[in-house]
Design a protein around this ligand. Structure first.
Ligand code: SAM
Length: 386
């Protein structure tokens, strides 16, 4: 195991005043989350779930099934792709199933998202979904995909037990798609979206990243298209997670700009309902001239209006490493444990310890994205699992 998190505090609870919720002091000297089930005489379980030093509890599990992708989006991948993991290093379907079971049964995970790379590239995707669904009939299981090949597989995925789907779509124009994704697949993606909607994979969410001078002018058009089909569009601020390290804070399209662009065609109102840990700030959308609500739009302002204090995510990479944060520079290997015969309790404890060290925000305890001492992680979004 190559855990880099050996420094987990021995004290069960600490109060850290950084504007974040804190773990309430409790009895016992166990490590946070130490499970009572580990045997008689152990300390009471003070934090059964994936709690961190700031009192956040991760209940939303994202597992990357593969690092490989069939697009080369400029904000994520280099033109020539990356050195893909050999198949032997990818979590097997059985390992994914076991991690989900440990997450749900021992660590309080309440929802699962399968991602990548491109998860549709995994031929055993329906089997993985069916196995998880068999173990956890009530667990919401969603998929994030670029939609390439989805038209052929949407029904099979729904039948296997997938609850819903997010499809990434940054543009409605073939030339712009090719410029952004370096591949000519727009029609295929649009067909995949229709097939997913027909298969009942709803609510269907569309993820869009806007790049200045490329597709940022398309914001209102994308929203009109999504509203007309009953999809929820979410704009995601571009984060410094591109393999080319070309991200510049001054050049990214901000949430504020997205709102301004949308207001040229719609009236949008921030939704007062509690955000409840969701990354997207939802806005209700109305026609400019007045009238009934047309739908909603989400804006994920990870850079300019970060929501780290509410983060509930725990991520596992395609090779089985826990990343407590997208920007974390520390990873904890669970696959070595799985492959060396560790029991569930050992895996759960290691996972808990990894999450205890979750940084305050954006991979750090003290600074923000794009600040002088921000260091971009080596992994791109595709190699983490978005
Ligand atoms: N291949 C799948 C897809 O395209 O949806 C799943 C993986 S992809 C990494 C997940 C999401 O991350 C996509 O919606 C993509 O647009 C987004 N993404 C990738 N790089 C990003 C970046 N640098 N900033 C913001 N979002 C990014």
């Amino acid at each position: 195991m190559t855990s880099t998190r050996q420094d987990t505090p021995r004290r069960a609870v600490e109060t850290v005043a950084l504007g974040l919720p804190t773990v309430r002091p409790g009895a016992g000297s166990a490590r946070p989350g130490q499970a009572a089930a580990h045997g008689p005489g152990t300390a009471p379980r003070v934090a059964p779930g994936l709690v961190d030093r700031f009192g956040r509890v991760a209940t939303d599990l994202r597992i990357s099934l593969i690092d490989k992708c069939n697009l080369r989006c400029t904000y994520c991948m280099p033109a020539d792709g990356l050195a893909w993991l050999p198949r032997s290093r990818l979590l097997t379907g059985a390992e994914v199933r076991r991690l989900v079971r440990i997450g749900v049964e021992d660590l309080g995970v309440r929802e699962l998202r399968l991602t990548g790379g491109e998860p549709l590239v995994r031929v055993d995707l329906p089997d993985i979904i069916a196995a998880v669904r068999g173990d956890h009939p009530e667990l919401p299981v969603s998929l994030t995909t670029n939609g390439v090949g989805l038209a052929k597989r949407a029904r099979e995925l729904a039948a296997a037990g997938l609850s819903r789907i997010n499809v990434s779509l940054d543009t409605l124009h073939a030339g712009t798609f090719e410029r952004l994704a370096r591949r000519d697949h727009l029609d295929e993606v649009l067909a995949g979206i229709d097939a997913a909607a027909d298969a009942g994979l709803r609510p269907l969410k569309i993820n869009a990243v806007l790049m200045r001078g490329v597709n940022d002018h398309e914001a209102p058009e994308l929203l009109e298209w999504a509203l007309g089909r009953g999809f929820e569009l979410r704009f995601i601020e571009q984060m410094p997670l591109d393999a080319d390290h070309g991200w510049r804070k001054d050049d990214m399209v901000t949430a504020r700009e997205v709102r301004e662009r949308l207001r040229t065609r719609f009236r949008i109102e921030a939704d007062r309902a509690a955000r409840d840990g969701a990354p997207a700030e939802r806005h209700r959308v109305f026609p400019l001239g007045g009238g009934e609500q047309l739908g909603t739009v989400g804006i994920i302002a990870s850079v300019t209006e970060p929501f780290c204090a509410d983060c509930r995510r725990t991520r596992i990479t395609a090779e089985g490493r826990v990343m407590s944060c997208l920007f974390s520079r520390e990873e904890t290997d669970l696959s070595a444990l799985l492959r060396s015969g560790a029991d569930d309790a050992e895996v759960a404890d290691t996972w808990r310890a990894a999450m205890w060290g979750k940084p305050r925000a954006h991979g750090m305890d003290h600074t923000g994205l794009g600040d002088e001492d921000f260091v971009q992680p080596d992994r791109s979004m595709s190699a983490i699992g978005g």
